[in-house]
Design a binder for this molecule. Structure first.
Ligand code: FAD
Ligand code: DLZ
Ligand code: SF4
Length: 525
């Protein structure tokens, strides 16, 4: 039976479920570059270039294996610009007996995929995505009947199931979680080695030109494009991480330093999410480093927890709770996204630095996403939908299945505590402890109120006060409410007034024309 095997741009693995039983004699693989996927949100230019180039390289590798690939480039004449349109054209062109595809990562694509059988008048087989360790059905069984989920419970289940870092049924080292050891600021003497840079080859250079020509107005820059676009090079990036950065990953997982954009993070998320690497091979590489004595347990456990815990967990929550998940706004946050998230023009050094790195690499590490841009969005009460769009646009690893739970649930608490037990709210003190940013900032992290005070400080108390009805009952919020109770009413008023003055200032304007511009920063957009 001639089968058309449709491979989406983030499914670039030879053993992805849609390809496992491919018969090169009769089957054709379809891959399509379509404008709709690049513009349904205006993705960072590097994200589009990374995926288009990785898709073109993957198609070339399949062809080298003798597999027929029908590849539609973005500027091919007749390109309809959408998955639906290109699939219809391919069916008319190739007349297959059936279509086989792996389930997509995003709800909106799943909805349109569900219409393909009727639209095409052909059998369409939608297979489980075997690039995850926990299937949607398995997660549904685990989460069934729970009103709130806890990652730690899920993670232990995954450790038992995979046998990763297990010792005769017990966790390696006697503990499930070594996070307590993983909160050190980065000492000045350490200079983390950068991840490898992969110079663009001819295919990538052609794609970079195409992306600049077609999507030049999108956020970010293509300058210095450094991503691996083949599995071969993604494996080299994995080996480099295991050899040079994994050892200190745990200790400095939460650290931030001006200009040190990658620290000891793996920077593998774009590869894993696009299919160039699989989570099991990545986890097993780290575990091997531990067994061979080249990385300590706190680093390897922390890394494996992100991969088989958080990554699988957020994906499970997404599919278990969509589409309602995206609609809640538990903290009734309605403030528009300030323009500086796009321009990077802000006097708050930590935010400027996180946004600068994001524009430069289409990547930022977890603590910048969580405790800088994320914490600010939570404290300032930014509209979930606008914050979600920003995170989906700016990162090369962003797909809705992973972005939405992290943003809607983890940073904004817009799900009311389904995904995490408390909001990650924090004042400027946390950023000061974990980074060298505050010493370079025009604001004073030690001051709580007034025009020179770090805005995070008064905003933190504003957040605590305005959400009192919703959060006081949460036992994990006992500390801040205990402190609030001891605060004199006049002090509360000062904090409230200081936060409100900041929120009403041009710094917070969503409009580029009236947004405040610091004197010395370059524009990113
Ligand atoms: P490492 O720190 O080296 O971690 C190893 C791997 O674990 C990552 O490659 C990733 O696959 C996985 N991982 C770690 N944390 C998470 C997490 N919270 N959720 C899912 N997977 C995780 N990750 C994305 O892949 N895409 C996103 O769109 C995304 N959006 C985020 C938005 C916010 C607000 C926050 C707080 C986190 C987000 N993350 C997202 C999670 C995390 O920040 C990135 O996976 C990580 O920074 C990627 O860099 P890395 O590969 O060096 O990760
Ligand atoms: C992100 C993206 C972009 C920018 N372009 C394409 C594309 O042209 N063709 C394609 O197959 N996939 C692309 N993708 C990835 C898809 O958006 C992704 O497969 C869906 O969001 C489902 O997860
Ligand atoms: Fe960020 Fe406040 Fe520190 Fe400035 S003082 S870098 S705004 S935490």
């Amino acid at each position: 039976m001639a089968t058309l095997r449709f491979v989406l741009g983030d499914q670039l693995h030879r053993r992805v479920s849609s390809l496992v039983d491919l018969d090169p004699d009769v089957d054709t693989v379809l891959m399509v570059e379509v404008a709709a996927e690049a513009t349904y949100v205006r993705h960072h230019k590097q994200k589009i270039a990374f995926l288009f180039s990785a898709m073109r390289h993957f198609a070339a590798e399949l062809r080298e294996e003798g597999i027929r690939v029908d590849y539609v480039q973005l500027d091919d004449p007749g390109n309809t610009g959408s998955f639906d349109g290109e699939l219809e054209r391919a069916v008319a062109r190739l007349r297959p007996d059936r279509v086989v595809v792996t389930e997509p990562g995003e709800w909106r694509v799943a909805e349109s995929m569900a219409t393909w059988r009727d639209r095409l008048g052909l059998p369409v087989e939608i297979r489980d995505d075997n690039r995850f360790l926990c299937s949607r059905a398995e997660f549904a069984r685990w989460s069934d009947g729970k009103s709130a989920y806890r990652m730690e419970d899920f993670y232990r289940e995954m450790r038992r199931r995979t046998g990763y870092l297990m010792d005769a049924g017990s966790p390696e080292g006697g503990r499930w979680n070594f996070d307590r050891e993983n909160r050190k600021p980065l000492p000045a003497r350490l200079d983390p080695p950068d991840p490898p840079r992969f110079d663009p080859d001819a295919i990538t250079r052609e794609v970079l030109e195409l992306v600049e020509a077609r999507f030049g107005g999108h956020f970010g820059t293509l300058d210095g494009f450094r991503w691996a676009v083949t599995r071969h090079n993604a494996l080299r990036a994995l080996a480099h991480f295991a050899d040079h950065r994994l050892g200190l990953y745990g200790d400095y997982q939460d650290a931030m330093r001006q200009g040190a954009d990658f620290l000891y993070h793996s920077v593998l998320s774009p590869y894993i999410n696009a299919g160039l690497l699989t989570p099991d091979e990545v986890a097993e590489t780290a575990i091997r480093a531990y067994r061979e004595g080249s990385a300590p347990l706190n680093a390897v456990e922390g890394f494996v927890r992100q991969l088989i815990g958080w990554r699988e967990y957020v994906r499970g929550v997404y599919w278990a709770r969509m589409p309602e998940f995206a609609r809640s706004n538990a903290l009734e946050a309605h403030r528009p996204l300030p323009w500086f998230y796009w321009s990077g023009e802000t006097d708050m050094y930590c935010l400027a630095e996180a946004i600068r790195g994001t524009a430069q690499h289409a990547w930022a590490h977890h603590i910048q996403r969580l405790m800088v841009t994320g914490n600010f969005a939570l404290l300032a009460g930014l509209k979930p939908a606008e914050v979600e769009e920003w995170y989906l646009v700016v990162y090369a690893d962003a797909y809705e299945w992973v972005e939405l739970p992290n943003v809607h649930g983890m940073i904004l608490y817009a799900d009311g505590g389904l995904l995490g037990s408390k909001p990650y709210a924090s004042s400027g003190a946390y950023i000061d402890r974990m980074s060298d940013y505050c010493g370079r900032c025009r604001y004073d992290v030690k001051q709580r109120t007034g025009p020179d005070a770090c805005p995070f400080n008064a905003l933190y108390w504003h957040f605590i006060m305005r959400n009192e009805d919703r959060l006081r009952g949460n036992h994990r919020m006992r500390m801040p409410y205990g402190t609030l109770d001891k605060m004199k009413p006049a002090r509360r008023e000062e904090l409230r007034a200081s936060a409100e003055a900041f929120l009403a200032s041009p710094a917070m304007s969503p409009d580029p024309a009236s947004a405040a511009r610091p004197a010395r920063q370059p524009r990113l957009l």
